[in-house]
Design a protein around this ligand. Structure first.
Ligand SMILES: Cc1cc2nc3c(=O)[nH]c(=O)nc-3n(C[C@H](O)[C@H](O)[C@H](O)COP(=O)(O)OP(=O)(O)OC[C@H]3O[C@@H](n4cnc5c(N)ncnc54)[C@H](O)[C@@H]3O)c2cc1C
Length: 432
């Protein structure tokens, strides 16, 4: 039996691959529902189902698409056509679309700038410094501190992908993002949106898929102690009961770092976090974002991204610890001011609004974080780790979380002895 603690994306992805490999699975989730930091819920103020925060998936997110294929939910995402990310500078009124592939080259050769208006090849060549950046380098040292590309693309990309400002974000974590997206062509860069929300796309289909295959998900079940016996984990302590582990049992701890540290003595998972603030408005009248896309990147204001789904317009600010410290009413007014600057007046008054402050949205993705991430295997034979914060080499995102869960499943199966080859092969089948 594989016991998985935490039913966020890492735990769910681990469960799915373990089931594919033929292992019986039991998940323990402290919250009343699965999903963790990637979830949808009905908000009574807006009377709409909203996401805790806007989440973007890119064509390059191979682990995420493999997971979606496994659970039969790829069609719950909509890819943006043409493949590009629109931006608007609120201060200057200038707008542009960032895309990769031949259109980028054409744009640059016709004098409209490399990737963004005013972007130059010499600035683009700084990517070499990002590629070669030492372990302790930060993004600004590799790509900044000035230039059109830096202000119009590298800063928004660092903040959005790493949830960390470029003057503290690890260059080594931005490189895989650039290499797998902008340098990998148009399909890799295509943004995908969860049409009906995160729950309907990434969580509910996995929960259903697992239930149909006999995997057990216990929600409202917090694991509050791990009992070790020499080199093995011997039991899970759960709401006053002890769940003894049989000889072949393994445990994957797929919880955030602070929870993992509380359960495993001396683990040393990196605990520093950064906030993300999302402000959801229910619009009184239909609206469209510039370029007709469902999302828009903003510069020159407080708001960073707008997402439009039906009549709900959501505003995202990342690396948002300072904003998160403000009262919700003040945040709503600040965001609404930028919304109206971006798309015009949408009614005289502030519409119904819900502000969601995720104060521990992701790890602070600094060089120190990059150095102190932990691998899936631990010093205990039957205890494994997963989660966006583990050592995937990727930023702490949906892709990182899912990849970590898939890696943990592979490690568990590899230590199982009998049936290893077929189980491992089943997991790896479409992992190319
Ligand atoms: C507002 C916001 C916006 C984001 N935007 C994006 C984006 O655009 N693109 C992107 O790729 N990523 C984005 N992310 C990051 C992404 O959501 C996370 O990286 C990912 O969801 C982390 O998944 P996880 O499974 O590692 O952790 P979690 O989702 O935190 O899951 C851990 C689970 O463990 C449970 N748990 C904890 N302790 C225990 C215990 N003792 N016993 C039982 N259960 C326990 C928790 O309740 C939780 O459900 C965003 C995150 C936030 C918060």
């Amino acid at each position: 039996m594989l016991h998985i603690v935490g039913a966020g994306l890492a735990g769910l992805a681990c469960a799915v691959d373990a089931v594919v490999a033929g292992l019986p699975v039991r998940l323990y989730e402290a919250a009343p529902q699965a999903g963790g930091r990637c979830r949808s819920f009905h908000d009574s103020t807006l009377d709409r189902v909203i996401d805790n925060g806007n989440h973007l998936i890119l064509g390059a997110n191979r682990a995420a698409f493999r997971y979606l294929d496994r659970i039969g939910a790829r069609d719950r995402l909509t890819g943006i056509e043409p493949s590009s990310v629109p931006f608007l500078d609120l201060a200057s009124g200038e707008s542009w679309r960032v895309s990769a592939g031949w259109s980028t080259l054409g744009r640059a050769l016709s004098g409209r700038g490399v990737l963004v208006p005013g972007g130059t090849w010499s600035e683009f060549a700084r990517l070499w410094r990002l590629f070669r950046a030492p372990e302790n380098a930060i993004v600004v040292d590799a790509l900044g501190p000035e230039g059109a590309l830096y202000w119009k693309l590298w800063i928004p990309l660092s903040v959005a992908a790493l949830n960390t400002a470029p003057d503290e974000a690890a260059a080594s974590l931005l490189w895989p993002v650039v290499a797998r997206t902008l340098l990998a062509g148009s399909d890799a860069c295509r943004p995908y949106i969860a049409r009906e929300g995160l729950g309907a796309a990434l969580i509910d289909p996995a929960v259903d898929w697992l239930a149909k295959r006999g995997a057990n998900l216990a929600t409202g079940m917090r694991v509050n102690a791990l009992n070790f016996d020499g080199k093995r984990l011997a039991a899970l302590g759960c709401d006053g009961q002890q769940i003894a582990l049989a000889a072949g049992d393994a445990v994957v701890l797929a919880v955030p770092p602070a929870n993992a540290n509380a359960l495993v003595p001396g683990l040393g998972a990196p605990e520093e976090t950064r906030a993300i603030v999302n402000t959801h408005f229910r619009l009184e009248r239909p609206a469209a974002l510039p370029f007709g896309a469902p999302l828009l990147g903003l510069l020159g204001g407080e708001a960073e991204w707008l997402f439009l789904r039906g009549d709900v317009l959501s505003v995202t600010v990342s690396a948002a610890d300072a904003i998160a410290a403000k009262p919700a009413e003040e945040i709503a007014a600040l965001m609404w001011r930028d919304v109206t600057r971006a798309i015009g007046q949408l009614g005289a008054l502030l519409p119904p609004v819900r502000v969601i402050k995720e104060k521990r949205a992701t790890p602070a993705q600094t060089p120190e974080f990059a150095r102190s991430r932990l691998p899936a295997k631990t010093r205990w034979q039957n205890l494994f780790l997963a989660g966006d914060w583990t050592a995937t080499g990727l930023p702490a995102t949906i892709e990182g979380a899912i990849a970590s869960g898939q890696e943990a499943a592979l490690q568990v199966v590899s230590t199982q002895g009998a049936g290893v080859t077929s189980g491992r092969d089943a997991i790896r089948k479409d992992q190319a």
